[in-house]
Design a protein around this ligand. Structure first.
Ligand SMILES: Nc1ncnc2c1ncn2[C@@H]1O[C@H](COP(=O)(O)OP(=O)(O)OP(=O)(O)O)[C@@H](O)[C@H]1O
Ligand SMILES: [Mg+2]
Length: 375
């Protein structure tokens, strides 16, 4: 059975690495000649809107899936002519737009940060006035790793900052903005879950995430000090989203924890960086479970494999190779990407029974000197 993947970055690469032992074959489409999934499966190098490439991608494939959600609607419509697309493009359309996501979350009874939408500068001024500063202006579509966002502080500079944010964030796109009140969260959590073609749902333990500069740095699972009520709320919420969207595959939802009260930030209709620890930390990883789900296979267990797991992202550079590999119990994943400022080039996962020991080893990974040159 062949599975086609739209996108050929590290998420596609890890899907391939997880699905290959199941006897599955993979083909990806990515316009970048150096797309790193191309190291481990067939890579079609063409634009996402090339009809011939899309037909080639889907030819003989059981199903098409995605490693990223910002796919033009025309692309998914074309793919549907060739066969099943999972998750269904309706779920992608929701995940592509911060307004649609928030409306869905609210419809399902979940709290979200107070927000207003805007297009014009006058609308943005009114939205900021309604929400109140400090707040965050985000493009409704196409943001990632904190890009497409501006943080606004109260004070005499506010009017100029609103004008600058409007100028910068509406350049070269459809101009749709959303203003969110800045939430004084205690921490960030995420919940990852998978739904099979038959409608079975399995939820991973809640994850605690640390972001710096809008980029995920570290994830710990299970998130420490989570009450049964909070964990049940997140579990029920992600299950409700999966059911509402008739979703097939892995879905991640980012949450703000305000000390027992959860607000939903955004969802990713795909495997997610805050679930990379599942490769070694879970009985069945998010990547294998996504592949199982879209291929119509039974799901694997989402239980912890070793009790505790911590994932450290390698941003811009990998750690020095020999020093990293000399640390016993550290699982390094180098994505094969060229180092570049703020690029996710790899991650490392530490697993174990003892939270303090796992954290101590993860801190050692973070403190490693950067690699010089290629691995
Ligand atoms: N309303 C908010 N209040 C406080 N902090 C926020 C708010 N919205 C976003 N942030 C901070 O900025 C980070 C990135 O924002 P968000 O998740 O919306 O954007 P993103 O660019 O899609 O990120 P990613 O692709 O990494 O998930 C959040 O993880 C959080 O740390
Ligand atoms: Mg996010």
């Amino acid at each position: 059975m062949t599975i086609a993947i739209l996108g050929g970055g590290q998420l596609a690469r890890m899907l391939v690495l997880a699905g290959t032992p199941l006897g599955l074959r993979f083909r990806c489409l990515d316009p970048a000649p150096d797309a790193v999934a191309g190291h481990v499966c067939e890579h079609l190098c063409a634009p996402f809107d090339d009809p011939d490439a899309l037909a080639k991608l889907a030819r003989g494939a059981e199903v098409v899936t995605f490693e990223f959600e910002n796919v033009p609607a025309a692309t998914t419509e074309r793919l549907l002519q060739h066969g099943p697309v999972r998750p269904h493009p309706r779920a992608l359309a929701t995940g592509q737009d911060r307004l649609f996501e928030k409306q869905l979350f609210q419809h399902l009874g979940m709290g979200v940060p107070e927000y207003r939408t805007a297009h014009t500068l006058a609308e943005l001024q009114a939205a900021v006035a309604a929400v109140g500063a400090p707040c965050i202006v985000k493009t409704r579509r196409l943001g990632y790793d904190g890009r497409g966002q501006a943080r606004l502080k109260p004070g005499p500079e506010l009017a100029a900052a609103i004008a600058a944010a409007h100028r910068e964030l509406t350049r070269g796109n459809d101009g749709g903005l959303i203003v969110e009140r800045f939430v004084p969260f205690q921490r960030e959590l995420s919940v990852l879950a998978v739904r099979s073609l038959r409608g079975e749902i399995a939820v991973y333990p809640l994850v605690e995430n640390v972001h710096e500069g809008g980029i995920l740095r570290r994830s710990r699972a299970p998130a420490p000090d989570v009450s049964t009520a909070t964990s049940k709320q997140a579990h029920d919420f992600v299950a409700a989203v999966l059911q509402d969207l008739d979703y097939v595959g892995v879905l991640a939802i980012e949450l703000f924890d305000l000390g027992g009260t959860l607000l939903a930030n955004e969802m990713a209709p795909r495997v997610h960086n805050s679930g990379h620890w599942t490769i070694e930390g879970s009985v069945c990883s998010q990547f294998e479970n996504h592949v199982r789900a879209v291929a119509g296979l039974p799901l694997g267990s989402t239980a912890m494999a070793h009790g505790q797991a911590t994932m450290v992202n390698c941003i811009s550079t990998l750690p020095a190779r020999d020093a990293a590999l000399a640390l016993p119990g550290v699982h390094v994943h180098a994505y094969g990407k060229q180092p570049r400022e703020n690029r996710k080039v790899g991650h490392a996962t530490v697993v174990g029974a003892d939270r303090a020991a796992v954290d101590a080893l993860a801190a050692k990974v973070s403190a490693l000197p950067p690699a010089r040159g290629e691995w």
